[in-house]
Design a protein around this ligand. Structure first.
Ligand code: MG
Length: 371
């Protein structure tokens, strides 16, 4: 039976969700700032003639979500009506062409990514398959590491409480934030955590672009001594040559990519040998379609992938085409969904339902809606 996948209706919402635990990183105010307690979630529902409904969404902490909603409502919605939802590559390219002059990264790309996600959701539902199966089903589940427990406002003891809970759940390791102006503070905090957790625990650190080259070298060498798994976003994400120099001078792997906006930006980092571990964010880089391209690029370049955040969707791509990438456990969007993610013994499985297998109830929309 063929299903009519012509797009007949598009509905956009903006939700504001409470975070399970407040967050504070270098790029979200930095040490000493007030922790962030909410996350914004622009949502797009795309309905087809046969009644299939695709769900897509973006995220942001630090503003811009009202503008993303406007781009979805005013610029993307009119382009979608009447098109076949299965032509998602065509639609992705059309959005890019129409809006590239006003945003090749940032909020325009966030809107493009949310739309792309909803179209993939429809594709899975039309096929009656969970997305990871549609993509290729390279594995049934993926290991996760704990990431919502090492924020800058937390004391060493508070972080250890959170990390031990993660490790008791069987997760493969944990990540903590660094990025103080005085790197000695970070070296002390990481040393204390390492000592308490022991040398065998996989521990990584994330500076969220807070340092320059000299600070990164000093901290990086100390982290090497402490057996830290990777140094994430040490310096400004625009500084490709700076990262290239760092990657050459340090043994600790450099991880980055969450703030890059397309495969072209990843390509520039790869060509400059400026990154060891690629961390694409499915929203910030333009959706599932662009994530698949970067996954291929990583394989060709021989660089491991460790996708950023967005675990509820990333798990589909990770179990579809990524043989080894871990999932970052960040339960930021959980309040929106009807079901909690399937996590057991430190591994996450994609939802069983067709498409993304995710649902946002009308009650949740009412409760969290931003007018
Ligand atoms: Mg990060």
């Amino acid at each position: 039976m063929t299903v009519d996948t012509t797009i007949t209706e598009v509905h956009v919402e903006l939700l504001r969700l409470p975070l399970p635990r407040p967050m504070l990183s270098g790029s979200a105010g930095g040490a000493g700032a007030q922790p962030v307690a909410h996350i914004s979630m622009p949502v797009i529902f795309i309905t087809t003639a046969s009644g299939l409904r695709g769900l897509g969404y973006a995220w942001s902490h630090m503003g811009g979500s009202l503008a993303t909603r406007t781009v979805l409502e005013r610029d993307i919605n009119p382009l979608l009506i009447g098109q076949d939802a299965l032509n998602h590559e065509r639609i992705w390219a059309q959005i890019g062409k129409k809006l590239q002059a006003v945003g090749r990264r940032g909020l325009v790309v966030h809107a493009q990514a949310a739309t792309d996600m909803a179209l993939w959701d429809i594709k899975g539902k039309a096929a009656g398959l969970p997305l990871h199966k549609l993509l290729g089903g390279i594995r049934d589940d993926a290991p996760i590491y704990g990431s919502d427990g090492g924020w800058l406002y937390m004391s060493v003891d508070e972080m250890l409480d959170a990390f031990c809970a993660y490790l008791d759940d069987g997760m493969i390791g944990v990540k903590m934030k660094v990025g103080h102006d005085d790197v000695n503070i970070d070296i002390e905090r990481v040393t204390a955590v390492r000592k308490a957790l022991g040398d065998d625990v996989w521990l990584t650190v994330d500076a969220n672009q807070m340092w320059d080259y000299p600070k990164s070298i000093k901290a990086g060498r100390a982290f090497e001594e402490l057996g830290i798994g990777w140094l994430e976003e040490p310096i400004n994400c625009e500084d490709i040559s700076g990262h290239s120099r760092l990657a050459a001078d340090l043994d600790i792997p450099i991880a980055l990519g969450e703030t890059l906006g397309s495969r072209f930006e990843f390509d520039a980092y790869l060509k400059a040998d400026a990154v060891d571990i690629l961390q694409p964010d499915i929203i910030r880089m333009g959706g599932i379609t662009e994530m698949l391209r970067v996954a291929s690029m990583a394989e060709v370049a021989g660089r491991p992938l460790a996708p950023h955040h967005m675990m509820e969707v990333t798990i589909q791509v990770a179990c579809g085409v990524m043989a080894k990438a871990p999932i970052e456990h960040m339960p930021w969007m959980e309040a929106a969904f009807t079901e909690s993610p399937d996590i057991k013994d430190g591994r996450m499985r994609p939802p069983k339902g067709a498409g993304l297998g995710l649902e946002i109830s009308d009650e949740a929309v009412k409760q969290y809606r931003v007018e």
